[in-house]
Design a protein around this ligand. Sequence first.
Ligand SMILES: [Zn+2]
Length: 62
Amino acid sequence: MEPLSEHRTHCPYCGEPITLLIDHSGGSQSYVEDCFVCCQPIVVQVAEGEAAYSVEVSPEND
Ligand SMILES: [Zn+2]
C-alpha cells in the first residue's frame, strides 16, 4: 500500500466534497481536521486492515 493516499468524502457539516490525505504509516488512528470550506472540526477515524482501509468522518461533538 502507498504510504499516503487520498480519500474523497463529504464534510459532515456542510456536505461539500472534501479530500483527505491518509497517512498509513500511523496505522489505525483518529484525528481532527478542519473543513477547508466551513472551517468546522471534522473527526477523521481511519481503520487499517490487511488489504484495505476504511475512513469515517463525523462531527466533533457527535
Ligand atoms: Zn464543511
